[in-house]
Ligand binder design. Sequence first.
Ligand code: FCB
Length: 465
Amino acid sequence: MTLATTEEQLTGAAPVRFPAGFRWGAATASYQIEGAAADDGRMPSIWDTFARTPGKVFEGHSGDVACEHYFRYRDDVALMKRLGLGTYRFSVAWPRIKPDGSGPVNPRGLDFYDRLVDELLANGIDPMVTLYHWDLPQVLEDRGGWTNRDTAYYLADLATATIARLGDRVATWTTLNEPWCSSFLGYGSGVHAPGRQDPRAAFEAVHHLMLGHGLAARALRAGGAREVSLTLNLTDVRPLSPADPHDQAAARLIDGLQNRLFLDPALRGQYPQDMLALFERFGAAGVIQPGDEALIAAPIDLLGVNYYQPALVRAQVGAHSGEAHPGSEGVEFVTQSAPVTAMDWPVDPTGLSELLLRLAADYPGVPLMVTENGAAYTDVVEGDRVADEERIAYLDGHLRAAHAAIEGGADLRGYLAWSLLDNYEWGYGYGKRFGLVHVDYATQRRLPKDSAHWYAEVIGRNGLT
Ligand code: FCB
């Protein structure tokens, strides 16, 4: 009896093969791994400020040092090569490239990404560059941040400057990572930088982020980008009682705030009516100028999907689902009966297949890529090993779900695990570990976890046993 047969009998899972050319990789983000916060002309971002604000981040952790990737990138790329990654998704730090946000380019900031891109290509790894993964220059926040329309135009300027330097070698570009988090966690609930708590500001931020996406997408295209994309954190939102019209309405509203508010303008050129009503209600409708929606709908070649967990909601009089979902009074998020990760996030891969199939049905014609998926667990280092079988099970389940969506007709082109390395998990600081590779922050030693070895085998055989 082969090992595969045993596994199959144990788990009930059949072997799966991904389509030829399926892109495999991993993702990171600048502030979460680079460190070198004051090197070569980098100025503070909103996350440097937020991390220094007492009570905002777990134990006051900051990204000052992080994984020292800025200095150790060669070793990290060597590690990626050993794992067989074909694609590496990373973000550039705006405050390195344009330290005063809107002014002159700092060539030393771009030099780092130039070196990184060369190193990746020399090792046969495709770079995928995200322009904005949350590290807005603090000087721009001082001028209103994403509530200021100018910020959208400055993002386009960042796109122009970055592609001018890297565009001869980088084919795939992403404008934004998860504008829902930037707007509703940054300006709504305030659990992310800049830590504001104002629903009007949150909706203004939504629009200026999406306008920035459209403008940056055009700038990237003009700069010769072969593939332009947008990455959203999308959620499969389920009504507790599927047949109950009140629960259905609750799910529809949360689906609006999490998904349609971003998908519809980007892919259909229009905000949904129910979301426009919320812009109105919170006094933010004035920021949407004639012609903006057409700008936001700049064609994209790839939609990046970050998926971690589904949401379960119900209608409940008097419930308040929190500042991250303004306008959702009467909606309650229900605890799901599923195992949870160290983030307390329920593990349910069916949410990923349902989401991908829904995207294929409702927004046809846009190739999809899972640009983040993964899990934090309480990893234990024993000698030279981290036996993280829960993470392997998480990844295995979600890859099977992704494969099921492909079988069902979703045009899924690739999968990127979050994350290559343990890193700075925003408000949770270094307290949550999402990496395939363990990082000892005292010594900066990298130790591939069992999940890294497992993932390398998955990539090698383009499938699961
Ligand atoms: C996503 C972020 C990413 C990481 C994961 C766990 O929302 O894009 O930076 O923090 O969650």
